[in-house]
Design a protein around this ligand. Structure first.
Ligand SMILES: Cc1cc2nc3c(=O)[nH]c(=O)nc-3n(C[C@H](O)[C@H](O)[C@H](O)COP(=O)(O)OP(=O)(O)OC[C@H]3O[C@@H](n4cnc5c(N)ncnc54)[C@H](O)[C@@H]3O)c2cc1C
Length: 549
């Protein structure tokens, strides 16, 4: 049976990885099977500990009791931002953060090899909006924003601004600079791409009748204009069709962009979110162009770690899974936590709780969840490869972000791009591959099941086959491959999610105003800025509530 590599990848990534591979591995011409000598392993978020929530009878009853002022459940960016804000506004409050993983960071996790740190998830922050004083203040405290120019524009640490060259696209066998398809693209398609980019630029500069930007980050600051918000009811694919956008190059570019930020293509994204993606970013800097991004070898773990560092002395309890929330005596809330290391449970009595967990966890923990929120999360594969050779090719040399036109994957980041030194031509390189796995909105659990059932060997075969299409022969020079599967990557802003009633309802405090929710699932767009502001919103509600009582 002959299956070309492109077809193999498309089928395998469509959720058939394990079954397809089981039958065809080694007999597919062009697919590059993983070598048994490869160094590496398959990891993932602590699904085993997390899945205990579904089987609470397996968790031992609490044998200890503790008391604190605020419990934060979840040490992703939202939970860490809440902890820092509580420390900033009310340093006398005793906080305790429970995190089921051995380390905080959530999706902004990182690892390292002998050469460099690398991201396991979130890896960059576009230049923030100058009006986002809270975010700028944090970046200044973290030493990432180093000052302000006389014009008032922020100056960023040069080592954090993504160095040139930033992006390249393998199109028609040639690496072109930038990700918008250009090289060899017919004039009619180029004109359509230009028309789309001009339209989103117009929207980027437009304010609604309420004086607010039509699209803004955090997204709750966007205009409440009904006509614009109604765009949330239709899919981006339908909007494109209705506006006469047919170019396959434009469609590919948009699908790629949405899969990269939301995990799903234009057909599964609302038109409001699809336009917000392009029209909400307004960042500027004194020492970088407006489209610059901030990035670090460890990706956004650098930001998460700074949030942790600036969060005060409150205890962070790793390997601790919250498995219950209940009314306690004296108006307190009780959080039940199981320690995966000591295998003991503790009852934590507290005045206030920040639930900074994804909705599928929060709805298990809340005694009476009221909202019918149903976020779609695509599974993701992230692969960190050590390659004994330079990923070159005709055209633009290696960039920070490297993408293949038409690929079902999302390309790779050069994890050593920000290193302040030269490289020998044949020196090993560390590449971080990203792959949002296709998900059927009608049956999202199926993609997750496939993802969890696929083996290291299955995934590696996919990644090596993709690498070989980008750089023929390079797959044979991969020395090590560390893989990570996110069962629940990030929330997709599907039609109706962002401005539908369920999201608003889910954000309401619970247990008489003592439990506040904070997570990017409650935003609908999973980016650092949203997570950061989710945390601030919850922390401020607690501090304001305390001041009022
Ligand atoms: C592969 C990938 C790439 C991404 N790239 C980018 C990027 O480049 N830039 C960007 O801005 N964003 C990116 N994102 C989005 C990223 O998800 C957000 O930016 C942000 O990190 C989400 O933070 P959060 O706190 O809302 O959620 P999470 O990161 O989901 O944090 C939730 C935390 O709660 C913990 N938890 C869950 N249940 C329990 C429990 N019962 N008890 C205790 N703890 C619990 C989890 O372990 C986790 O640490 C990416 C996401 C993925 C998956």
């Amino acid at each position: 049976m002959h299956l070309p590599r492109r077809q193999f990848l498309t089928q395998a990534s469509a959720g058939l990885a394990s079954t397809l591979l089981a039958g065809l591995l080694g007999s597919v011409p062009g697919c590059v099977p993983a070598r048994s000598a490869m160094r590496g392993q398959l990891r993932g978020a602590g699904a085993k500990l997390g899945h205990l929530l579904r089987e609470p009878h397996k968790i031992p009853a609490p044998t200890h009791t503790q008391e604190v002022d605020v419990v934060i459940v979840g040490g992703g960016v939202s939970g860490l931002a809440a902890r820092r804000e509580l420390h900033r506004l009310a340093p006398s409050l005793r906080t305790l953060l429970l995190e089921l993983e051995p380390e905080v960071g959530g999706n902004a996790a990182a690892g390292h090899n002998a050469r460099t740190a690398y991201p396991w998830g979130a890896h960059y922050l576009p230049l923030p909006d100058e009006r986002d004083h809270d975010l700028l203040a944090f970046l200044e405290e973290a030493g990432i924003l180093t000052g302000y120019a006389p014009s008032g524009l922020p100056i960023y640490d040069e080592t954090a601004l993504c160095h040139d060259p930033a992006e390249r696209l393998l199109l028609h066998g040639h690496w072109q600079p930038g990700l918008v398809p250009e090289a060899g693209v017919p004039a009619a398609d180029r004109a359509e791409i230009a028309r789309f980019l001009a339209e989103v630029e117009r929207l980027r500069r437009t304010t609604g009748p309420d004086g607010r930007d039509l699209f803004r980050l955090p997204l709750d600051l966007s205009s409440a204009n009904t006509t614009v918000r109604q765009l949330d009811q239709q899919s981006m694919a339908d909007w494109l069709a209705a506006h006469g956008y047919r170019s396959e190059y434009l469609r590919w570019y948009l699908d790629y962009s949405y899969r990269d930020d939301f995990g799903v293509p234009a057909a599964q994204v609302s038109a409001w979110a699809g336009l917000h993606y392009f029209a909400a970013r307004k960042g500027r800097a004194h020492n970088a162009p407006a489209d610059a991004v901030l990035t670090w070898p460890s990706g956004n773990h650098h930001l998460a770690d700074n949030l942790r560092r600036l969060g005060g002395p409150g205890r962070i309890w790793p390997n601790a899974v919250a498995f219950g929330l209940q009314e306690g005596a004296d108006g307190r809330v009780e959080v039940l936590a199981y320690d995966g290391v000591t295998q003991q449970s503790t009852r934590i009595r507290t005045r206030q709780v920040v639930l900074a967990t994804p909705w599928h966890v929060s709805k298990h923990l809340l005694p009476a969840p009221t909202a019918a929120l149903a976020p779609l999360h695509a599974p993701w594969l992230v692969a960190n490869l050590t390659v004994d050779g330079y990923p070159g090719g005709p055209g633009q040399p290696l960039c920070w972000d490297n993408v293949r036109y038409g690929s079902p994957a999302l390309g790779y980041i050069d994890a050593e791009h920000q290193a302040l030194r030269g490289f020998e031509p044949d020196e090993p390189r560390s590449l971080t591959f990203y792959w949002a796995l296709p998900t059927d909105p009608g049956n999202p659990a199926a993609a997750r099941r496939h993802a969890y059932a696929s083996t290291y060997h299955d995934w590696l075969t996919l990644v090596l086959t993709e690498l070989d299409l980008m750089h023929p022969g390079l797959a044979a020079r991969v020395q090590a491959a560390e893989l990570w599967v996110w069962g629940h990557g990030m929330v997709a802003p599907t039609p109706g999610y962002v401005w539908g009633p369920a999201r608003q309802q889910a954000r309401q405090p619970h247990l008489g105003g003592r439990v506040h929710l904070a997570h990017t699932d409650l935003s609908g767009v999973s980016v650092f800025e949203e997570a950061f502001h989710q945390g601030l919103r919850a922390a401020r509600a607690i501090v304001q509530g305390a001041a009022a009582s």
